[in-house]
Design a binder for this molecule. Structure first.
Ligand code: C5P
Length: 331
């Protein structure tokens, strides 16, 4: 067994964001969580974590970019602590780790950046210690950390059910002639007002609901289509129906003032269907390529600068062009 404290180079992990292409809330569970039916894809937009072994002391966190909030609630640090308690039983040494976190994903935005950091830290800590735990244990630990964390253990397009822990891998996105496609582009616009998941689900429970069944039907149909292999062309054709298949939209609108108006104005500005990821407030639009998404991002930034688009929040919105990660899950 190698001595982990002798490791000289930090372990580096990318922690991708996720996007919900559909999100149906299909019921309330006995444990208080909500049962979901959602098609989720990982994005090229990613946080970056590096984990270095320390000779002594406590785990530390140094973050740059978006403020991840207090270390106490940080999922990367929590993941390391849980991993340590699991590994301790096997007597592999688990020295403290210094985590450097470059946060490129906005926080409390519906993109699951914090959950992805947790999954990346779990995997990275095990590697830094030269330790391993079996897959079932990994998924159990991940689900304990948060509903969105299991998705990131092997991020790839997935049907997500239960409270987030039941994952069915979906085929990747392909070109019309089965060639590897140019990855579809995504425009992201995140107003700088956090939408806390618990608050949005609570608003849903208090009656801020969409017409029941519509998002579910779309989600089921799309998941089965995606399950047998989806082309970029078909994905684009589905953009309109996907954009209106998020059951948390009315709840997010009730929690984030100005979100409804922002979506209306964005639709007019870019002339494409606009959806919302997760519990929001990130809004998205689908494009056949990164170039087209980048041109749309430029148009949105210009409109913000010229004040013809005035998103809610104390600071200008996060506006980014990225792509869906289409490569195999082992890539
Ligand atoms: O699992 P996680 O800690 O990320 O969830 C945050 C909160 O969001 C939960 O406390 C719960 O209120 C709500 N939630 C839910 N149903 C889900 C996922 C999250 O009600 N499937």
């Amino acid at each position: 067994m190698t001595d982990p404290s002798a490791r000289l180079t930090p372990v580096v992990r990318l922690a991708p964001a996720k996007l919900n292409l559909t999100l149906a809330v299909v019921g309330r569970r006995p444990d208080g969580y909500h049962a979901l039916h959602s098609v989720m894809v990982p994005l090229a937009l990613a946080d970056r974590l590096s984990l270095a072994v320390l000779p002594s002391g406590d785990d530390t966190l140094h973050a740059t970019g978006f403020d991840p909030g207090p270390p106490k609630g940080n999922l990367a640090l929590q993941a390391i602590a849980v991993a340590r308690s699991v590994v301790a039983r096997s007597r592999v040494p688990t020295p403290p780790l210094a985590v450097r976190l470059e946060k490129a994903i906005p926080v409390a935005a519906g993109l699951a950046g914090g959950s992805s950091d947790g999954a990346a830290a779990l995997d990275g800590a095990l590697e830094a210690w030269g330790a391993d735990i079996d897959d079932d244990r990994r998924y159990e630990v991940a689900a304990r950390l948060g509903s969105d964390v299991p998705f990131f253990l092997s991020p790839g397009a997935s049907l997500v059910e239960g409270r987030g822990e039941r994952l069915t891998p979906l085929h990747g996105i392909r070109g019309d002639h089965h060639e590897a496609p140019e990855p579809p582009g995504i425009l992201l616009v995140t107003p700088m007002i956090p939408a806390h998941t618990a608050a949005v689900f609570e608003a849903w429970s208090n009656g801020a609901m969409a017409e029941p069944g519509t998002a579910r039907r779309t989600s089921e149909h799309f998941a089965s289509e995606f399950g047998s292999g989806l082309t970029v062309r078909v994905l684009m054709e589905r953009a309109g129906v996907l954009a209106s298949a998020n059951d948390l939209w009315p709840a997010a609108v009730s929690v984030v003032p100005g979100l409804l108006e922002l979506r209306r104005r964005l639709t007019r500005l870019i002339g494409r269907p606009i959806g919302m990821s997760g519990s929001g407030p990130t809004l998205w639009a689908l494009y056949p390529s990164l170039d087209e998404a980048s041109a749309a991002a430029e148009a949105v930034r210009l409109a913000v600068t010229e004040r013809t688009l005035n998103p809610p929040g104390d600071a200008p919105p996060f506006v980014a062009a990225t792509t869906i990660l289409t490569e195999g899950r082992d890539a």
